[in-house]
Design a binder for this molecule. Sequence first.
Ligand code: NAD
Length: 360
Amino acid sequence: MKILVTGGAGFIGSAVVRHIIENTTDHVVNVDKLTYAGNLESLESVAESERYAFEKADICDKAAMERIFADHQPDLVMHLAAESHVDRSITGPADFIETNVVGTYTLLEAARAYWNQLDAARKAAFRFHHISTDEVYGDLPHPDEWTGNEPLPLFTETTAYAPSSPYSASKASSDHLVRAWKRTYGLPTIVTNCSNNYGPFHFPEKLIPLVILNALEGKPLPIYGKGDQIRDWLYVEDHARALYCVLTRGKPGETYNIGGHNEKKNIEVVHTICDLLNELAPSATSYRDLITWVADRPGHDRRYAIDADKIQRELNWSPQESFETGIRKTVQWYLDNQAWVNNVKSGAYANWIDQNYKDR
Ligand code: NAD
């Protein structure tokens, strides 16, 4: 099978590409614009494989998308390219509407035109798998406010959409477009909505890598509000396995929620990282002393938590890492991969991309 992966130079996309090249016999075409979040150094371990190809392109570029489908003739599509950082969406929403909404529309149209001219067997086997977030559902009641006797609710595949940020609203829009292309045109689409990911190769603007790297430099560890927001953490390699499982065994027209059953308050996550660093990279004072409280993010969702029962029941997927094992691996990875970290922090990875792709 040849799989066209968009956003394969990003955090989750690179885990997906590594997973496919290292664990299957499939071929991958990675289509990525290489924004600040795209880093080809995350793909060094697979870059020389003859089953891997890279196309530097913008998913909003109709002609480029049509050419890529025509040149590579993929059997399956995994669409991960997106602007993904909530804080950036608050200060600059335009890129989020452009890539997440217009880009998804452009990719869907290129995929539909390509799919329409396939022979019957390839047409039936084709999938357009759209990778999305649980943030489209808005937020859930928080245990500190919960007065009911029944268990706290979780997001299911039928939870109504109620996005809070420009990021989640743009992803919600793209989810609706993908489902409409199935219903209206018959394009065999599948949507997955996943909780917060963490793990190796994560760009240090997101909570977990930011805390690890700031702590190692003795910089403040900024915590929004009271730090009591709850997220349901999933190790990125478990997500990559889940995505491949849905791509190859999921049913067109279906949605699958993916989560790790790891609800943690942000402050608990930060304490865990500080305690691991105290053990693995001890310094004169406790890393917890670096915690600094900052004003809460506007519209900050209080709690996310996924009911991942459907994917477990129907596709037999469950996470292999607990939060305790996954976070230990992650902290150790950042300690062991200073070169990757330094290139990201200095911007050298972007220069490397310019050097290698200046003629394209
Ligand atoms: P990321 O920001 O690390 O990577 C995004 C990738 O998309 C980058 O390589 C970037 O260069 C590329 N890209 C951006 N705009 C593009 C464009 N116009 N054309 C082509 N490429 C473009 O994001 P991530 O954390 O890896 O997330 C990947 C997907 O998974 C996103 O769709 C996101 O909404 C979804 N998701 C993320 C999480 C999470 O916790 N990170 C959780 C659930 C779902």
